[in-house]
Write a protein that binds this ligand. Structure first.
Ligand code: AGP
Length: 607
């Protein structure tokens, strides 16, 4: 949600900081700010797009080679300049930016006010600047440690002090901070995407750690000042991952990256001689996986729909009892978690607060907790007992696309792995493997239809409501298709299990309320075809996603999008792509901000 960039080195900080903020824009924000320790120190804030801040900074051209910057997504206090970060202490010496929530801020604020401190914002963050001021006696690092020991809640922070012109101190608990180390310069950010242009040498800070950055060097301690030794690791994404590469939007680029992303997801993970998947990240818990009886999947949004898909796949390929639960609801249930329960957290960002809270709860209760995550080194990746990465590559568009299809591919591999250690035969295993290997080529053929789907979007994008229906494997895809349309095109869309339609939503159908029907020729085809008949009888317009060469829908539907034939389990990976394209083209035609839809954030770090 909020984003942090910090720089200390020999270059002018202003471009590096503003460029970093622009690369974090995709995380979602409503205001931004920057501070640079020049002579005199510089502070600028703006409400709205980073472009507004950029314009001001380029006009005012501040000098200085140490600075911090922030994009804010309001929690405590409206998006105003006063509430935008950086926040200062009373003396104007301490500059601080913060991601996360300080839960005991009101008590701390009352105490600080009682001690004479003056506050200028409504934020929880500002207490941190005053706490650092109060604790400061010559060492910024030590003041930050002392301040943070009084804090309850989550934080990723970057702090500067006017008396330390070659130093930045950062710290984290529950909100990511990554250090970037270059020659004669050091950076820190809440997300590697802000660092990738400058260095490939990064260090992930752990919870309750503080780092002191100076040009080209860093040192890490705990909040209790215990020294920590950690080597930098080499970043696998190159700076080009953040470029548009000729596409008008990141979302479209990422939709088109799916054949390669899915291939990367299963590359090196298929064992043909045994008809099984090879997932190195799960080897350490192999015995517990073989003994598992019960699987609970927790996730949010699109990742939740991947979990719903997984329920069908695990039930088909294994003998596990499977439940899929919204991470935000998990804690309200009284679940019997036992030694043989596995909890699987699915998350693109690996930072979703609800999913993190759910996995912590599951760990507390003794379950084996696994992660399926895209962002390497993220909190969920670090807090689970074992897990698998999606290898989708960085996803910038707020709407998940390639992370979803890679999640589906890997969930299939996980089910295959667990199925083959149970009663799944070699032949059944191999048929899944062959299907998966065919998916990238199938996806390429679907992507060739983008222009046709754009024309369909032209025909339908004025509709104010849509219904998306599907059964079994296609039910989660109906939900995902509807979510895509809602979040980027701002069109109301309901995703429904096709069989549920006649229990309510059919009352809405008329010729102004189109339906997208997922009707590949699988085991549920005949029943979905009947549901299509029912909609047709009520003059509903229908776009059907069906298998190549299926002419049976004939006059029943208005428009058809064809997808290649594949294993029934894998058809959802194909069927979702036309729905992503449809939502994308509708959003563009309606003039929406595709990559940064209103009110949304890429990484939802508040519960
Ligand atoms: C997807 O298009 C959404 N933007 C959103 O629902 C997202 O999937 C959800 O917030 C979960 O995020 P995660 O996968 O990073 O945990």
């Amino acid at each position: 949600m909020c984003g942090i960039v910090a720089y200390v080195g020999e270059q002018q900080a202003r471009e590096i900081l503003v460029d970093g903020l622009k690369r974090l824009e995709y995380r979602g924000y409503d205001s931004s700010g920057v501070a640079i320790l020049g002579t005199p120190p510089y502070l600028a804030k703006a409400v709205g797009k980073v472009a507004a801040l950029e314009q001001r900074v380029s006009q005012e051209n501040p000098l200085g080679s140490v600075g911090i910057a922030h994009t804010r997504w309001a929690t405590h206090g409206k998006p105003t300049e006063a509430n935008a970060h950086p926040h200062l202490d009373c003396s104007g010496q301490v500059y601080l930016v913060h991601n996360g929530i300080i839960e005991n801020y009101q008590a701390l604020k009352n105490r600080l006010i009682g001690g004479g401190h003056k506050f200028t914002s409504e934020t929880d963050t500002e207490v941190l600047a005053h706490l650092v001021e109060e604790a400061y006696s010559g060492s910024l690092e030590s003041a930050v440690q002392k301040a943070l020991l009084q804090v309850q809640g989550t934080f990723g922070i970057a702090v500067m002090h006017a008396a330390h012109r070659h130093q930045i101190v950062v710290a984290r608990r529950g909100s990511p901070i990554v250090l970037g180390v270059g020659s004669n310069e050091s950076l820190a950010a809440s997300d590697v995407s802000a660092l990738a242009r400058h260095t490939d040498q990064v260090v992930f800070l752990e919870d309750n750690e503080v780092a002191r950055l100076e040009p080209g060097t860093f040192s890490i301690t705990t909040l209790e000042n215990k020294a920590i030794s950690r080597e930098a690791t080499t970043l696998e994404i190159g700076p080009e991952a953040m470029e548009l590469g000729g596409f008008p939007h990141y979302m479209l680029k990422e939709i088109f990256e799916q054949p390669e992303a899915v291939e990367n997801a299963f590359r090196g993970r298929l064992n043909h001689s045994e008809g099984v998947a090879k997932l190195g990240g799960l080897e350490s818990v192999g015995d517990r996986l073989r003994a598992a009886r019960h699987l609970i999947i927790v996730s949010c949004g699109t990742s939740y729909y991947a979990g719903l898909f997984a329920r069908y796949v695990f039930e088909t390929l294994t003998d596990l009892a499977v439940e899929t639960e919204l991470a935000s609801e998990f804690r309200y249930r009284k679940l019997n978690l036992r030694q043989n329960t596995v909890v699987l957290a699915i998350s693109q960002s690996g930072e979703t607060a609800d999913t993190l809270a759910a996995l912590r709860e599951a760990k507390r209760k003794g379950a084996l907790v696994l992660g399926l995550v895209n962002v390497v080194g993220s909190s969920i990746a670090r807090e689970t007992h074992a897990g698998v990465y999606c290898h989708a590559g960085i996803e910038v568009g707020v709407a998940s696309t390639k992370s979803f299809t890679t999640q589906l591919a890997i969930l299939t591999l996980m089910a295959l792995l667990m199925g083959r250690s149970r009663d799944l035969s070699y032949e059944e295993g191999m048929s899944v493997i062959h299907g998966l290997e065919k998916v990238p080529g199938d996806l390429r053929r679907i992507l060739e239809q983008s222009e046709r789907i754009r024309k369909l979007a032209e025909k339908y994008c004025e509709a104010r409501h849509f219904l998306y229906i599907g059964r079994k494997y296609q039910y989660p895809i109906a939900l995902e298709g509807a979510l895509k349309l809602k979040e980027i095109a701002y069109i109301h869309a309901e995703g429904y299990a096709a069989g549920e339609m006649k229990h309510g939503p059919i009352a809405l159908i008329d010729n102004s309320f189109p339906t997208v029907a997922l009707a590949p020729e699988d085991g549920s085809y005949e029943k979905v075809a009947s549901n299509i008949q029912e909609i047709r009888a009520r003059e509903g317009r229908i776009i059907a996603v069906t298998s190549e060469g299926n002419s049976r829908l004939g006059q029943l539907v208005d428009d058809v999008i064809e997808i290649p034939h594949n294993h029934e389990i894998l058809t959802p990976l194909l069927a979702v792509v036309p729905l992503q394209l449809f939502a994308y083209h509708c959003a563009v035609l309606r003039g929406c901000d595709v990559d940064k839809p209103r009110n949304l954030a890429k990484s939802v770090t508040v519960e």
